[in-house]
Design a protein around this ligand. Sequence first.
Ligand SMILES: [Zn+2]
Ligand SMILES: [Zn+2]
Length: 191
Amino acid sequence: MDSNSESSSEEDIAPTELDFSLDFDPEYTEEELQQILLEEKKAEDERSRLEHRVSNAHWCTCGLCIPMPTGVESLCCREVDQIMMKNASKSCITHQEDFKTAVLNLNMIKLHRHFYVSKIKDAKEKAKWLVEDNANYRLFAYRVFILWLNNYEKLGHKVRKVIPSCVVHSIRLMWPSEDGIYKGYKEADVD
Ligand SMILES: [Zn+2]
Ligand SMILES: [Zn+2]
């Protein structure tokens, strides 16, 4: 993990990591390209719409969100319909017993990790996920949260995987990073 890891924008990608073969291999039809451009435009609009939320927590109504480095991450649990359906009380979702039992629970994390790792063939890759450290626990806690939120149903690619700031914060408090550096949005980018 380097010192840049806190920022999470795509601009961080070094040019050498970009796949230039795409420039010479037209895999998209004109229609698909239009669709991609439209999606990019939508994402850009969303980014500028949320820009004022960056680095403050005025948008939080649950009381437990923290300032985040990007607008997309600056989301309160009380803005997510799926969470509100699970949360009859007026308090933050991270105060719910159900949430604590499902997400802030090392046994649950390890159980989920066991199923996840059992599908991986590559021994090195497998070993990487089995390292007992907080970074791994956080990553699996984010996954468990998304699964819990979706009632453990298989997730399609269309499922929005944004994790509210208060949830990220509660997971970081439970399994803190030794150097205090967190990977930002990418850390929570689960599949
Ligand atoms: Zn909040
Ligand atoms: Zn909250």
